[in-house]
Ligand binder design. Structure first.
Ligand code: PDD
Length: 289
């Protein structure tokens, strides 16, 4: 079966899908995006992802490419046409196509929309949840508006490549006080010795992950205490458990940081419970394809 992409009003074969060379997303990274997980045909946390997309667009004074009802129809259509029951849908909106000039183009230039979907094997994610992953730490070198989910991801790309070269799955950005911010494409969490979940406050220093938000709800359902506060690399290394969250992975245990084991170096039970409860909690904000 051939994959289908949506590009500015047309459903096209994935291998022929293309954007204009003067698309501002391509030239200036002047665009925003969302990635949603699809599980058993449900687009997970779809309503929350749309809310964050709305915020990203308005922070950058960009217009919706189509009205929101049509937008949801197109997202579902891409998922259906690609017959994705388990996988991901990728949504990108750029400020559109215009002669290269840094300042915004005229209001008549419409924002550009690309949507793709692909399948993934849930068994692979489950296996990763059993073994856990390693992370490395890197100094924060991004701008201070990482709360906006823009396609300008070069520092994230370089950090994650460095992690890969060191046999790790993620790189945690660390601020100048030695405090963990977030990963290149995930939010960072620890579980303290007394079982409290800790994650950095979602102010302007990190992206307010949708999986993070739903995981907080899930933790509250489990009666777990959640503290949104800064934590250091040292505190993380000495934590009872650590994990990362993102739509692409949901919850994955972190078993080592810069080569040092977290606790006994195995996936922890609180992370596992929360991963399970996440599924129940996410039903409330998910939409069938
Ligand atoms: N990344 N922090 C960063 C920097 C991210 O890029 C992401 C998501 C997250 C987690 O957000 P959410 O829970 O909404 O997925 C945190 C996506 C998955 C990506 O770039 O592929």
């Amino acid at each position: 079966m051939s994959r289908i992409a949506y590009v500015n009003g047309c459903y096209v074969p994935h291998n022929q899908a293309a954007v204009h060379i003067e698309d501002r997303g391509y030239q200036f990274a002047d665009g925003v995006y969302e990635v949603c997980e699809i599980a058993d045909g449900y687009i997970i946390d779809m309503t929350r992802h749309l809310g964050r997309l709305n915020r990203s667009l308005s922070e950058l004074q960009m217009a919706w490419p189509v009205d929101k009802k049509a937008f949801v129809r197109i997202v579902k259509e891409v998922v259906i046409r690609n017959r994705v029951r388990n996988g991901l849908v990728y949504i990108q909106v750029s400020r559109g196509v215009a002669k290269r000039d840094h300042v915004f183009p005229s209001a008549s230039v419409k924002s550009a929309l690309v949507i793709t979907a692909r399948r993934s094997d849930p068994a692979q994610a489950d296996a990763k949840a059993q073994t856990g992953v390693g992370v490395i730490t890197v100094p924060e070198n991004r701008w201070d508006r990482v709360d906006i989910k823009t396609v300008g991801l070069l520092p994230n790309v370089l950090a994650k490549q460095k992690a890969k070269e060191q046999g790790a799955a993620e790189a945690w950005f660390v601020d100048e006080d030695g405090m963990v911010k977030e990963g290149g494409s995930t939010n960072a969490w620890i579980v303290t010795q007394d079982g409290t979940l800790v994650t950095r406050p979602a102010d302007h220093g990190i992206l307010r992950g949708i999986t993070r938000t739903t995981a907080i709800d899930a933790a509250e359902k489990l009666g777990l205490k959640v503290e949104e506060r800064h934590f250091s690399v040292d505190e993380a290394k000495n934590a009872r458990e650590a994990f990362i969250t993102a739509a692409t992975t949901i919850l994955i245990p972190v078993v080592s940081i810069d080569g040092d084991s977290v606790a006994n170096g195995h996936a922890g039970s609180i992370t596992e419970q929360l991963r399970f409860q996440f599924r129940i909690e996410a039903e409330k904000t998910s939409v069938y394809r």
